[in-house]
Design a protein around this ligand. Structure first.
Ligand code: SF4
Length: 116
């Protein structure tokens, strides 16, 4: 059995969490102060995810800030960036507008800026 030490990033408390693994599977989670920390730790050791924040071009040559509306697997970030690099957004656009629906597994790419 081996263990992984993590700092939970789900809230500002930043609990120190220890995940014990056996044969690549989670045996136990300790140090978390709430269920969110347990879920974060289990996900982080099995399939770490991150919100992808980047920019896309607009049809008139400007740059629009975007992000995924939920975390995506870290292993897919490069593949998603290649796809996003080819996207041209139409304007006007406001914060929260969906730029790409279902970018991956039900996660959308949304605008984080306003452009007229
Ligand atoms: S385990 Fe819970 S209380 Fe601790 S940092 Fe994570 S979300 Fe916050």
């Amino acid at each position: 059995m081996n263990s992984v030490n993590l700092t939970c990033v789900e809230c500002p408390l930043g609990c120190s969490i220890t995940v014990c693994l056996k044969d690549g599977k989670v045996e136990s989670v300790s140090g978390n102060s709430c269920p969110r920390g347990k879920a974060y730790a289990e996900s982080e050791v099995v399939c770490p995810k991150r919100v992808l924040t980047t920019t896309v071009k607009t049809a008139d040559g400007r740059i629009l800030a975007v992000k995924t509306d939920n975390p995506v697997p870290k292993a897919d970030l490069m593949k998603l960036m290649q796809r996003i690099n080819g996207i041209i957004a139409n304007t006007p656009v406001k914060i929260g507008d969906i730029i790409v629906k279902n970018l991956i597994e039900g996660v959308n790419l949304v605008a984080t800026d306003y452009l007229e």
